[in-house]
Design a protein around this ligand. Structure first.
Ligand code: MSP
Length: 502
């Protein structure tokens, strides 16, 4: 079984910020989880979107060429991934020659299939979105609904893509596949956009030069959105030198995107794929926006920006990953800020998970010379773990990263309560309670192990340290089943996973 997942590709007219980190981390959690399933071969793609007006304009303002600007900023996005512990299999840049050649190939086919025509385009254009807006999207005063900047009236001779002829096929797609777009509120948004009537869209730009040349009309370049969307397909052709992964991984299982680019991914994209005789992806998951702690859009001038690099520096990469997946329900908008990072770090990472880990290991060292007792685990505790890996897998099949984390976290809390209920320090005082103490320590070690395997996609570094200390580094999902009998392994002392900060 192959599993292919992508993030949106980032514009290089800016530099990486929390929104990019958020999307990459959420996608990484799903990709890492899928790798834990032995049956899955996973491919995870991210990258940069480098053509189009916004990049050309930003380069001009800086007095450099678009390529120079793209090279500089693409490097920052590429470097972001290891900083976040994101495990992408490839990083695509839309200026890659192989990408451009494949874009030309696919769009030539769309042209040959009769889905294009030449016409005069006049409309309201947002240079920041690189998009013409339809009348019913525009805010009063001809403002962009996303950027709230004044739109310009533009006219040019373009090649058009006959999007309108895909009205019926798209309606059928949505009728047949209620999980094509998730969550349901975004599905409904796409359906209502399609229902309001589709207009043909510009496929090429005559005035631009910073883009992929149109093979059948060399004066034009492709409109950046078509070039960009195709990255999901073209990458498979050249990501692994000498190998074409397309047959194995296409169509994609998941595109993970933010809500501002819903129309492109849920309307243009499936229509374009149909026009090129290609299969449409299984799911588009649309996440919400991270807002400042005051609930407003993050902006430097409001001083409400949460800087991912500062969180990493003050806490850790795992803390950032955990916080973002935990604090804002994936799919919804949510406010984030340094105060709530600190609160979650202290109450959940340090006091709950970190404390469970350090006391379990410390007690095994102290009471059993560092050997996990070879004993039956507590059946009641075992029952609370029954079916857990399967339920986590089910939730992550639906990209429910926050809910899956909550389910795991309930077990962290359960294990801490188990420690209090059993009071191993009392049992240790009475030689008659030796078996009860064995069972308690074996159960805790096993609970901690299972929890850590399931948390590994969220916090790869801390869980790896902990699992190594428990002498059980196996990460596969089937191995996350709570065993009825365990023990015999040695544990080793562990530094605090989430140390108190100065
Ligand atoms: N280049 C286009 C995407 C092309 S995909 C074929 C683009 N780039 S972007 O850099 O502006 O955004 C990249 C992703 O980050 C998008 O999915 C966007 O929704 C997401 N986010 C940008 N700001 C965000 C927040 N504040 N919060 C959460 N995600 C946000 O759009």
């Amino acid at each position: 079984m192959a599993f292919y997942i992508t993030t949106a590709i980032s514009y290089v007219n800016g530099v990486p910020h929390l929104g990019h980190a958020y999307e990459a981390i959420a996608t990484d959690v799903i990709a890492r989880h899928m790798r834990q399933r032995h049956s899955q071969e996973v491919f995870f793609l991210t990258g940069t979107d480098e053509h189009g007006e916004p990049v050309a304009d930003a380069a001009k303002a800086e007095g450099v060429t678009p390529q120079e600007l793209a090279d500089r900023n693409a490097e920052r996005f590429r470097a972001l991934m290891p900083q976040l512990d994101v495990s992408n299999d490839f990083f695509i840049r839309t200026t890659d020659e192989e990408h451009q050649r494949r874009v030309q190939e696919v769009l030539q086919r769309v042209h040959d299939n009769g889905h294009t025509y030449k016409g005069l385009y006049e409309g309201w254009y947002c240079p920041r979105c690189a998009d013409f807006k339809v009348e019913n999207e525009i805010l009063e005063g001809n403002l962009c609904p996303i950027h709230e900047i004044r739109l310009t009236r533009e006219q040019e001779e373009n090649w058009f893509f006959r999007l309108s002829t895909f009205q019926e096929p798209l309606e059928r797609l949505y009728a047949d596949r209620p999980d094509f777009v998730m969550p349901p509120v975004r599905f409904n948004e796409a359906v209502s956009f399609i229902g309001s009537g589709l207009q043909d869209v510009s496929l090429t730009r005559a005035r631009m030069t910073w883009g992929v040349p149109v093979p059948w009309d060399p004066g034009h370049v492709f409109y950046v959105w078509f070039d960009a969307l195709l990255n999901y397909y073209t990458a498979l052709g050249y990501a692994r030198p000498g190998e074409d992964l397309t047959d194995r991984f296409w169509p994609a299982n998941y595109h993970i995107i933010g809500k501002d680019i819903l129309k492109f991914h849920t309307v243009f994209w499936p229509a374009l794929l149909m026009a090129a005789d290609l299969a449409v992806p299984q799911h588009v998951f649309v996440h919400g926006f991270l807002l400042g702690a005051d609930g407003r859009k993050m902006s430097k001038s409001l001083g409400n920006v949460l800087d991912p690099f500062e969180v990493i520096e003050q806490f850790s990469t795992d803390a950032l990953r955990f916080y973002l997946m935990r604090d804002v329900g994936f799919g919804a908008d949510g406010a984030v800020g340094m105060d709530s990072v600190t609160a979650r770090y202290e109450s959940e990472l340090a006091n709950e998970y970190g404390n469970l880990a350090s006391r379990t290991i410390a007690m095994i060292l102290r009471y059993r010379d560092g050997v996990i007792p070879d004993a039956d685990t507590d059946p009641e505790l075992a029952a609370e773990f029954a079916g857990l890996p399967e339920r986590v897998a089910e939730l992550l099949d639906g990209a429910e990263v926050t809910q899956a984390l909550e389910l795991i976290w309930q077990r962290v809390r359960r294990c801490n309560r188990f420690v209090e209920e059993r009071a191993p320090w009392q049992l240790a005082k009475d030689p008659e309670s030796a078996r009860a103490l064995d069972q308690t320590l074996a159960s805790l070690a096993e609970g901690l192990r299972v929890i850590s395997v399931l948390l590994a996609p969220y916090m790869p570094a801390s869980t790896a340290k902990l699992l190594a200390a428990l002498g059980a580094s196996e990460l596969s999902l089937p191995g996350a089943t709570f065993a009825a009998r365990t023990g015999g392994r040695c544990v080793i002392a562990l530094e605090p996973l989430f140390p108190k900060r100065g």
